[in-house]
Design a protein around this ligand. Structure first.
Ligand code: SF4
Ligand code: SF4
Length: 137
């Protein structure tokens, strides 16, 4: 009867001075692995605009049809995303959109804190995607 108790106490005391494996979230954040596929962001071009050229490949490849794209055309004939939205509510973070993008415009970053009270906040538009690039998440 006393042996299991002593074993338990030995285990407890052996752990008292060891380094804790927990962190004080949210003050401290655990670094995510390099290949982590988190919240999307848009890479900017030299003009500070989205690098997206509205080719539509990410829309075609997305298995959950999360991406909405309306194509605009500049006076010089270049295409741009008039409307670009990702419904993160439905996204499975497969990364296919990032892999398919020929200009490396859409990326999945390191961010993982996407809890919102309103469902509409889970729809990321161009402005949000660009601001996430600034935050480097
Ligand atoms: S990560 Fe996958 S599911 Fe999410 S928007 Fe990209 S292609 Fe679609
Ligand atoms: S994000 Fe990339 S793949 Fe998607 S429409 Fe823009 S350029 Fe094409």
């Amino acid at each position: 009867m006393i042996i299991p108790l002593l074993k338990g106490l030995c285990l407890t005391f052996s752990r008292i001075f060891s380094k804790p494996i927990t962190i004080r979230y949210p003050e401290q954040k655990h670094p995510m692995p390099a290949r982590w596929r988190g919240v999307h962001y848009f890479r900017k071009n030299e003009a500070g605009e989205t690098a997206c050229v509205a080719c539509g490949l990410c829309v075609a490849v997305c298995p959950n049809t999360c991406i909405t794209l309306e194509i605009g055309e500049k006076p010089d004939g270049k295409r741009f995303p008039l409307k670009y939205e990702i419904d993160v509510w439905r996204c499975i973070f497969c990364g296919f959109c990032q892999d398919a993008c020929p200009v490396n415009a859409i990326n999945l970053g390191q961010g993982y804190e996407e809890a919102h009270y309103r469902k509409e906040d889970l729809v990321l538009n161009t402005k949000t995607l660009l601001s996430m690039y600034e935050e480097k998440i």
